[in-house]
Design a protein. Sequence first.
Length: 313
Amino acid sequence: MALIEPKNGTRDLPPRPGTAGGDRRDPDDVLAAWQHLLQTHHHLHAPEAARLLGVPEAALVAARIGSGAVRLMPDIAAALRPVSAWGRVLCAFSNPCGVHMPLGAVSVAARGDGALRLSGPHMRAEIDAGAVADAYLFVDRDESHGNTRSVQFYDAAGAAILKVFIFHKTRFDAAEGHFAGLAASDQSRTHRAALPAAGRYDARAVSLAEDPVAAPIEAMDMKSLLADALSAYPAETGGGFGIETVGDHARAVWRGRLSGVRLDERMLHLHETDLRSHLRYGPLLHAARTQAGALALDGKDGRLLRIAREGGR
């Protein structure tokens, strides 16, 4: 999520839900408002558009049913069963900080605790399969990204859990038959939000059990903490990083070397051949050192981000 700069230099957003401009829960209004934002803001991603419009992110995709989106049955294990045949994919995990996107070939396996595991040489991730209440196949085109093809999973409140972007057109074409068999009977363009049910898999509890907190860090500037934690290893020592993001229903750990770290006024940006991350400082409220020596950063509901140096020392 890049910083949003309106193309016309103003914040002339259409009216929000409940105002004289109409109720955005109507899919035509949602779609028109989203298109207006895309025309007036540079490089706008769906999570930020949803925040600006005051609607669940799933409502944006639902509004595109019939014009790029197909609602799928909310069975993430079935939808991702052939993921290893899709080649290099981008897996986008969201939490209040932003989005963490490992990029590479992955395989999938079910775990006994209700979680689905995605793994590859560059990442490992677990998703609470029971938390997925809505799913979509989405084919889109915009000025920033060109054609994109993805399968997207949301919780009952319409918050994104995971999006898997498929880059190879021929492999996506081959996968369309698989997705056709998973099309939901309900193809209405309205997202019906509800409270997410408690799942069997608790991503934050698993992260804390894997690497518990050892000692809090006295309050200081989050940007400075992150800059220090992500500073490059000296060339003679080698080593890499493990970067974990944790959300309500999933966690993802990327491992590798960093060369494209950028910290601007509001966000941390990571750009590697096998990772893209855009993470805001604002939701990070507390910092701690873990038992393994990593930096752990919490939001109001617990752990959001953990950064560990691995090897070479």
